[in-house]
Design a protein around this ligand. Sequence first.
Ligand code: 5GP
Length: 119
Amino acid sequence: MPEETIFSKIIRRELPADIVFQDDTVTAFRDISPQAPTHILIIPNKLITTVNDVTEEDEAAIGHMFVVAAKLAREEGIAEDGYRLIVNCNSHGGQIVFHLHMHLLGGRPMGRMVARPRD
Ligand code: 5GP
């Protein structure tokens, strides 16, 4: 069994978080250290550690994460101007929390897609 992270406690509401959406499949909450005016994390309620661990069984949940991202972008008023969705995987991807999550970032131009290591 993969080890739980702080995100499992947020899903179960055992730790405080600004949850903006939750249903049986996904939970979305504001990032504790926002990198843009809107910075929301969208996560599957099922503990999937990284993108490497996604299976066909998870396809519906992963698809639902995109549906929720689009809905939240509309609600945040950033859909028309646009936004960025990011999923980091392992060390080169910059993943810090090992519970799969999608970052929804917007409210300002997001700049270059990928920073070089010295940036
Ligand atoms: P990663 O680098 O793994 O893709 O991103 C993890 C994100 O989780 C970071 O943006 C970080 O600020 C956020 N984060 C880490 N711990 C907490 C927490 O306890 N609460 C919330 N809301 N966000 C967290």
